[in-house]
Unconditional design. Structure first.
Length: 139
């Protein structure tokens, strides 16, 4: 079972005209912004997405290094960032994915005559019915 949240230390450092936030425990989990305030806000979003994809791909999720064991970068700071996962999982589960659909030519001709039919919605409803599932509830 996946946790409700993750807490990881981030290193915030000045970077020319802006700020960079990196997570020492998480490879390829970083962001760069114009201000420290933006970097702090954006770091949470980056951490949430990073952890969601690690969960989805069943990648290893390392234990966070205690922040007191990390040194702040020159002119930078170390700060704990919290990823609250329920809204992230819900948002990603509702993302649309493109599927290629093959139907007979005669059916395509019939559909051209009917502007009141949303094929994507019709297909979604048919799949839910066939699988006997309902759309996940929104919190």
């Amino acid at each position: 079972m996946n946790p409700k949240f993750y807490r990881y230390p981030a290193l915030f450092s000045p970077d020319g005209d802006g700020w960079t936030a990196t997570f020492p425990d998480l490879e390829n989990c970083f962001t760069s912004t114009d201000t420290l305030e933006e970097a702090i806000v954006e770091a949470q979003t980056v951490l949430e997405d990073c952890m969601y994809f690690r969960e989805a791909q069943k990648d290893d999720i390392p234990s966070p290094t205690p922040s007191e064991k990390l040194s702040a970068p020159k002119d930078g700071i170390v700060q704990i960032v919290v990823a609250v996962m329920a809204p992230v999982r819900r948002a990603w589960s509702r993302k649309a994915v493109k599927k290629t659909l093959t139907i007979p030519a005669w059916m395509e001709e019939e559909l051209k005559e009917r502007s009141d039919i949303n094929v994507s919605l019709l297909l979604q409803e048919a799949i839910k019915k066939e699988l006997g599932v309902e759309e996940p509830a929104t919190l």
